[in-house]
Each structure stands twice: as C-alpha cells, then as structure tokens.
Design a protein around this ligand. Structure first.
Ligand code: CP
Length: 309
C-alpha cells in the first residue's frame, strides 16, 4: 500500500490485513504487554488539517506516537496557508521538510488524490483523513473493526446507514468497505438526503426507518451536516428527529445483538437520544478507541509493512 485515499477500490484482503493488524495491536497494547512500539522510530508523520477535527486528528497523533514516529501537527490557521500558500506548495514544503507521511483533511472532495499526485516523486505517503463529501477511509476501517469485534464476521450482516447520507464521506467510505467485506448495506434517508447516483452503489434504499430496525445487525447513525446544507429542500431538525432519530422506542425494535454506531461528533437529542448513545448496545466509545489501533495499523502497512501481494 503506497497511499490510503479511499475505501472505494480498496482490496478487501488488504482491508482485512489492516483490521487483523489493528486487532493484534489492540490486544498487545490493552494487555499492557508494551505501552509503545519502536516500529516507526525515525519516521516523520505530519497531520495537515484544513477542517476542524477531534477524533481523527488526535487518534492519528496518538497512533503515530505509540508507534514511536515523530508527529507534527499543521493546521490551516496556524500555518502559511493563512497567508495564501496553495495546497500544492504546502504539500511540497512538508515533503521537502522530511515527511514520510502526510495525513490530510480538507473541505474539497478529491484533495487527498491531488496531494498524492503532487507528491508522487517524493516517496511521501498520503492518508485521506476526510475530503469534502467524498471519503473518510480510516473511519470506515475503524467502523468495520468495531463491527467485527461485536458481531464477528461481517459476511451477510445487514448494516443500516441512517440519516444525512448525501453529505457524508463516512457513509460513502462505509458503503464501499462494508459491502466489499460481505455485508449488506441499506441506506435509510429521506430522498433529499441521498446522493445522486445512489442506484449505482452496492446498497438498497429505504425511507422508512422503523421498517428496517427488526432486520438490522447494526445501525450507523450519521451526523447531520448543517454546514453543508446550502440550498435544496432539507427536513427541519424536528422533522429529521421524528423520522430518522434513533430514540429509545426504536432501540427496542432492534434485535438484542444489534450494535449502534455513530462516527461523531453527535447531536444528542436530534440524531440519537442520549440514553441510546450511552446504552450497552452503543459502541460509540469503542469506535474512538479502535480508531487509534486502526490508524496505527494503517501507518504500519504504509510505512513499515511489507508490500501486500
Ligand atoms: N468522525 C470524525 O471524523 O470525527 P472528527 O471530525 O472529530 O475527526
């Protein structure tokens, strides 16, 4: 693996190898057999964030540090980006300064692919930490890790992805990864919050949340991205909550083994009731914990792992 830019097209054998590595790292680190691995000593990892983030940026920083890499954080506000420096010049500057890997979050879909193109001759790896409404592949990997932990194999499991699918890079990455790993994905959303071209995706579509609950092995609630809802006909917060919010009544309609996920940040009381977010079937905190081990595994496969066949 040279870069990790998207879940779409990611070889399921490679994805499984990353998930297996993450499981192994979690066992090792949580068992406190070791606290820190020397694997990436001497490597430099740079996070380059043009959008706010808590989970992704922090977990990449922790992942790099637990692998003994030198981690440098760059944000658009505190760098020469605020003086007008282009993304291309910023990327080339970071590569020239010695970055072995640049982890980028950017509001423009396709930014990570552009970066990888510009850095092609430098040997610097690129990880997409979320680009516009396009993809967030490490989120999908950590979601798959969490589902495997709770459900075992994903083969034949029915996963409902619910809410603002249109604006969600998390949904897009999960659609591709979960279906490649053998799960059935159903999108549950109003017509105005589904993406164009949904018919070409490996999913079924439903507008009726209640009808999907009894058959779901997992429900992945999405963040409502009000900041991206410019123009168009979107439901009000109250309408959304009534039709697509996961409340306690709906939780009871799920099978007992079903898992509740949310990538965060979550709007409690609107997308998901507080009591549901904190219920035993919720794996939301586990998703964050797994995010560190999955991102360690991604760094390992990019910077230290042998080339996969
Ligand atoms: N899930 C996710 O990407 O969260 P952050 O925006 O906090 O990184």
């Amino acid at each position: 693996m040279k870069h990790l830019l998207a879940a779409d097209g990611l070889d399921p054998r490679l994805a499984t190898a990353v998930l297996d590595t993450a499981d192994e790292l979690k066992r090792t680190l949580l068992g406190r057999q070791v606290r820190k691995l020397p694997t990436l000593r001497g490597r430099t990892v740079i996070t380059l964030f043009y959008e706010n983030s808590t989970r992704t940026r922090v977990s990449f920083e922790i992942a790099g540090k637990w692998m003994s890499a030198d981690v440098v954080n760059v944000s658009s506000g505190g760098s020469s980006v605020s003086k007008g420096e282009s993304l291309r010049d910023t990327a080339l500057t970071l590569a020239a300064a010695g970055a072995d890997c640049v982890i980028i979050r950017h509001p423009a879909s396709g930014a990570a692919h552009r970066l990888a193109g510009w850095l092609a001759d430098t040997g610097t790896a690129v990880i997409n930490a979320g680009d516009g409404m396009h993809e967030h592949p490490t989120q999908a990997l950590l979601d798959a890790a969490t589902l495997r932990e709770r459900l075992g194999s994903l083969t034949g499991r029915r996963i409902a992805i619910v809410g603002d699918v249109l604006h969600s890079r998390v949904a897009r990455s999960n659609i591709h990864l979960l279906s490649a790993l053998g799960a059935e994905v159903v999108l549950v959303a109003p017509p105005t919050l589904l993406p164009p071209g949904v018919d070409a995706l490996p999913v079924t579509v439903s507008h009726e949340f209640d009808a999907e609950l009894p058959g779901a092995d997992a429900v992945m609630m999405l963040r409502v991205q009000a900041e991206r809802m410019t123009g168009g006909f979107f439901p009000s917060a109250r309408e959304y909550s009534i039709a697509y919010g996961l409340n306690e009544k709906r939780l009871k309609m799920l099978p007992e083994h079903a898992v509740v996920l949310h990538p965060g940040p979550m709007l409690r009381g609107m997308e998901i009731a507080s009591a549901v977010a904190d219920a035993p079937s919720s794996a939301i905190t586990e998703q964050v914990r797994n995010g560190v081990h999955v991102r360690m595994a991604v760094l390992y496969h990019l910077l230290a792992g042998e080339e996969e066949k």
